[in-house]
Ligand binder design. Sequence first.
Ligand code: 3PG
Length: 206
Amino acid sequence: MTLEEILNLATVIPVLTVEDDARAGDLARALHAGGLKVVELTLRTPAALKAMHAMQDAAPDLVVGMGTIRTPDQARRATEEGAHFLVSPGLTPGLGEALAKTGIPALPGVATASEAMAAREQGFCALKFFPAEPAGGIAYLKALHGPLPDLVFCPTGGIGRETAPAYFALPNVACVGGSWIATGAMIEAGDWDAVTANARAAAQLK
Ligand code: 3PG
């Protein structure tokens, strides 16, 4: 799947941190039932890669990206394990090279105009704006559109269901990421009805 296809399918991208891969299948089904088609699973727990496989098995239509990619090795490993796309919180020249080499779509993280321009130089036109709220939020992204009209962003970090609609109103926002759809506590509690309800509300925001 191309990056463009993924961004077209994505509305809110739930950012998921899974401690226990035994919960991943139910989580995937709950998100899918709510109408979300693209998710980011963070590489922050020992269970992350197993959880990715479990999610892909449980909901074959779900596009499962691996997030929190910080090193070239992690980019390679997540790709070998079958991630559908990669997301990073920031970007270094080495990581950019590794992301490009994987051959799968990537959303590298940036927080400033200079970082966005450096990412563009490395060939990335769709970027994660992270951490969105602390880095300047809606006003900052709006200001980037004038000088950098060829870039689109997936703002993530500190965004919730109340603030997401204002991001979607910007011309340079392709999707919005956030952990509020399925928080760690909801996943741990197996509160799948709440996850589906949040997913359903989020799916209608774009
Ligand atoms: C991320 O990794 O993208 C963030 O931790 C998600 O940010 P949020 O928890 O503020 O939504």
